[in-house]
Design a binder for this molecule. Structure first.
Ligand code: SF4
Ligand code: SF4
Length: 317
């Protein structure tokens, strides 16, 4: 049955499939609140196509990453794979519970998800009822947890998204990955255009939301010269340079003034930073020759580009 599941998952475009026995989870884990009879968690990992990042990397096309790399994977490819594999399990008389991340439901109060509009985020769900998706991915052997809390896979590095199926079918386990990729190089931290990641790797979700959405003028080809005029020249330039200080309320104010690029259809905000942190990590791992999936040319062949922010300064009359 395990081989049939892997075969079908791969037909449905999963690139990595892993199996965690329920014994890997603490007895208080949300897993057992969702399904007390759980025996196995099946992890399905889907690569985010390397070429989808190309447009942002070059500063040319931006829609592809959000629509193909986020929206279509999350809303089309993954649900289809989850349903088809779950159907296979249920056809054998076992229960299958698909688990896809809801980008709008967050456990921690006062937080946001940069991939969606903060006004749509819902904080009413208690932590006991949602899986810890990153923890599940690690337990299923899909990869290791990086310094900044992303999943690193031996083939695709940080270019991977994932979802799960909980079942009462017992399946042979996949070993947990021994961490070998993240070396604490901090390239991810340095690459963020909004300085949203602190030295210890903690991501400030509100800073991330502001700069994911494109508040740094040196990395946003769609920003008009009058952007953020409402904040006054000094604060405007601080925002554009990625150095402004703000709390969650300040972040909301800035986000309310970002209209530079349309969102994708299913509420996903367009990523203008293009996950610079993940791209920097990928480049680092590729340069070190640590990724098993190799390409004929390196992902980054020239120096990263930057726009001149002088265009946003007020001209003296
Ligand atoms: S760039 Fe990647 S390898 Fe380096 S610290 Fe960040 S997550 Fe780890
Ligand atoms: S690079 Fe983008 S996704 Fe990464 S922390 Fe910074 S703003 Fe967020």
């Amino acid at each position: 049955m395990k081989n049939q599941i892997i075969k079908l998952a791969k037909i449905c475009d999963a690139d990595v499939v892993g199996f965690a026995p329920a014994s890997r989870f603490d007895k208080n884990d949300p897993l057992f609140k969702i399904f007390p009879n759980a025996k196995t968690v099946i992890g399905l990992g889907f690569r985010v196509l390397r070429g989808i990042y190309r447009g942002v990397e070059e500063g040319t096309t931006y829609y592809q990453y959000t629509t193909m790399g986020v929206e279509n994977l999350e809303e089309t490819v993954m649900p289809m794979a989850l349903i088809r594999v779950s159907n296979l399990i249920e056809s054998e008389g076992y229960t299958a519970i698909p688990q896809k991340i809801s980008p709008l439901i967050l456990n921690e109060k006062g937080t946001t998800n940069p991939e969606v509009d903060y006004v749509d985020v819902y904080h009413g769900v208690s932590q006991e009822n949602q899986l810890n998706f990153l923890d599940c991915a690690v337990k299923c052997g899909l990869g290791e947890k990086s310094k900044i809390g992303s999943l690193l896979n031996e083939e695709y590095g940080p270019f991977i998204r994932y979802s799960f199926i909980i079942t009462d079918m017992e399946l042979e386990e996949t070993p947990i990955v021994t961490p070998s990729l993240c070396d604490g190089c901090n390239e991810c931290i340095k690459a963020c255009p909004g300085h949203a990641i602190s030295d210890d790797g903690k991501v400030d979700c509100w800073r991330c939301a502001v700069y994911y959405n494109g508040a740094n003028g040196s990395k946003n080809p769609f920003m008009p010269p009058e952007a953020f005029d409402i904040f006054g020249q000094e604060k405007k330039m601080d925002i554009i340079n990625g150095t402004a200080e703000f709390d969650s309320e300040g972040a909301k104010e800035i986000l309310d003034n970002i209209y530079f690029y349309p969102p994708a259809k299913h509420f996903y905000r367009s990523s203008i930073c293009g996950r610079a942190c993940d791209r920097a990590c990928y480049i680092h791992l590729e340069k070190k020759g640590l990724l098993k999936k190799t390409f004929k040319t390196p992902f980054r062949e020239k120096e990263d580009w930057k726009l001149d922010v002088k265009q946003f300064e007020k001209k003296e009359k």
